[in-house]
Write a protein that binds this ligand. Structure first.
Ligand SMILES: Cc1cc2nc3c(=O)[nH]c(=O)nc-3n(C[C@H](O)[C@H](O)[C@H](O)COP(=O)(O)OP(=O)(O)OC[C@H]3O[C@@H](n4cnc5c(N)ncnc54)[C@H](O)[C@@H]3O)c2cc1C
Length: 500
């Protein structure tokens, strides 16, 4: 068994006297979930001399973090400054705000934008994380190049690095340990109940608890309730996104926010189930439906594209691109995997592409011609979708299917296509937290020693799919993990100074 599931629903247990709770051990900090948020939080705590233990339901930690591309946006890191990229916390906040149309939590926008560089710099300086900045193309909605990744550019490598580092430092990461119970005395967390693989229940006391167990993308009932438009969509995230944080939050009387917000993706290869990088679209690629028609502005964002693709016949589309975009795509490991898995189809002419899609070739020609016309007559603006084209696709060898005017330059070029659907990647709603990552009560104030980070907490995308700016997921994981660790450190310092 690779992953444990709750034998009974996640529960909050209240005791009227602390002596009623009998833990087998006591921890300074208990962390639920060994993804990016949980492991990075444990590392920042360790940097501050604070001991923690991370509880993880899986046999081998992976979470959605390992499934991700591992790209983290951060303004003003040491690396970005050394590359003379002009950025600021304010500019990042304004990008976040523009994308969410002002619907996101303003407190968290400022807190995350201010903390994420500190988090990445600390991982670099204290633990040797060798960040790189992806500067080949600008992610939709970001004003400057600020997307950080490890050299491997995969979430798997990112998880591997986090695990290796926690292992080396001897930070306990208890796997096959599903946190099922949170124990409370009034509004204070006093411990957790852990379900082990043999069914045994163990209890640990703790001074502070950090929920890093991500969202509810894998909980059908919660998706149906909060994001009904995605109830039939493929969920591409980790099975452990079972909504524990929201379920506990409801029992605790915590404030839950933005439950309709999520990250979708309009480019999930079918039937292969692999992410096809949106860089193809930014590099001139287009999406066609089963009728050979374009249906949206592909440069708006990959998240909202999920909904647009799902609205098309059979809920599918074809990402269509030229040789130049194909070669660009190969710089991304995910795309390489898709190519190796046979998801990327290559055609020597449009007739073959039309046959594969099952549509009339004239429709594809028409779609391409209107792009060409937009470039020639309208400064690139395609009036139907609002997309501004910077270049036409270089798709040639179209003589046998009729004259399509100026479509493409290279008359011998081939055309590439990947059949895709719209998928749900992760939810962006969750426990509302303050700027210190403390969980807020519904009503007034925060819980004193309960924190949330990453997908367990509310993100900065607001309540709609279009509010998601590329990287908002790992932003909240890394910034949230850092804020929780700093805040716990400050709380301990305050307690010690009171004692002195
Ligand atoms: C295909 C894909 C691509 C993505 N690409 C990007 C990207 O490039 N950039 C970006 O910013 N975001 C991306 N995301 C989103 C990103 O992966 C998540 O937002 C991020 O990983 C969340 O980190 P986390 O630590 O909160 O959660 P996770 O990494 O999911 O970790 C949570 C952990 O908690 C464990 N857990 C859950 N409940 C319990 C429990 N009760 N007891 C014990 N353990 C528990 C889970 O097993 C899991 O290991 C992508 C997502 C997907 C699916």
């Amino acid at each position: 068994m690779q992953s444990l599931t709750h034998s009974s629903a996640p529960t909050v247990k209240y005791v009227s006297s602390i002596t009623q709770f009998k833990p087998s051990a006591h921890l300074q900090v208990a962390i639920v979930g060994a993804g990016a948020a949980g492991l990075s939080c444990a590392l920042h705590l360790h940097d501050r001399g604070i001991e923690s233990a991370v509880f993880e339901r899986d046999k081998v930690p992976s979470g959605s973090t390992a499934l991700s591309s591992g790209f983290i946006p951060a303004p003003c890191t040491r690396l970005q400054v050394s590359m003379s990229i002009k950025d600021s916390v304010e500019l990042f906040v304004s990008d976040l705000r523009r994308k969410s149309k002002g619907q996101g939590s303003q407190t968290l926008e400022v807190a995350y934008a201010g903390a994420v560089a500190k988090a990445l710099d600390a991982l670099e300086l204290n633990h040797g994380f060798n960040w790189e900045i992806l500067d080949q193309f600008l992610y939709p909605g970001h004003s400057v190049h600020r997307m950080h990744a490890l050299a491997e550019r995969t979430g798997q490598a990112l998880m591997g690095r986090l695990q290796l580092t926690t292992d080396k430092l001897g930070i306990p990461v208890l796997t096959h340990s599903l946190v099922n119970e949170i124990w409370m005395h009034d509004d204070l967390v006093i411990g957790v109940g852990i379900q082990r693989s043999d069914g045994a229940l163990e209890h640990y006391g703790c001074d502070a608890l950090v929920l890093c167990c991500n969202g509810y993308g894998g909980n059908q009932e919660l998706i149906k309730r909060y994001i009904p438009q995605m109830q039939n969509a493929t969920f591409a995230g980790h099975i452990g996104n079972d909504g524990s944080a929201v379920i506990w939050g409801t029992q605790l009387g915590a404030e839950l926010c933005d439950l309709g917000g999520y990250q979708g993706h309009g480019s999930w290869a079918v039937p292969h189930g692999i992410l096809v990088t949106w860089a193809l679209m930014i590099h001139g690629g287009i999406q066609l439906n089963a009728l050979g028609e374009r249906f949206h502005d592909e440069t708006k964002g990959y998240s909202e594209a999920a909904v647009e693709v799902l609205k098309q016949p059979a809920g599918v589309a074809w990402c269509v691109f030229d040789e130049s975009a194909y070669l660009h795509g190969l710089e991304f490991p995910d795309f390489k995997s898709a190519d190796q898995a046979g998801a990327v189809l290559k055609f020597s002419n449009l007739a073959q592409l039309a046959e594969s899609i099952g549509c009339d070739v004239q429709k594809i020609q028409q779609s391409l011609r209107s792009i060409d016309q937009a470039i020639v007559a309208n400064k690139g603006e395609d009036k139907a979708t609002g997309r501004i084209f910077k270049r036409a696709l270089c798709i040639g060898d179209i003589g046998d299917v009729g004259d399509v005017g100026d479509v493409g330059d290279a008359q011998d070029s081939c055309v590439y296509a990947v059949k895709v659907t719209g998928a749900l990647f992760h939810t962006q709603g969750g426990l509302n937290i303050d700027e210190n990552a403390k969980v807020l009560k519904s009503g007034v104030g925060a819980f004193d020693n309960l924190y949330a980070a990453g997908g367990a907490a509310r993100g900065v995308s607001g309540n709609e799919v279009w509010g998601y700016l590329s990287g908002n997921g790992l932003l909240s994981a890394f910034a949230g993990g850092y804020l929780a660790a700093s805040s716990i450190h400050n709380a301990i310092k305050d307690k010690n100074s009171l004692k002195a």
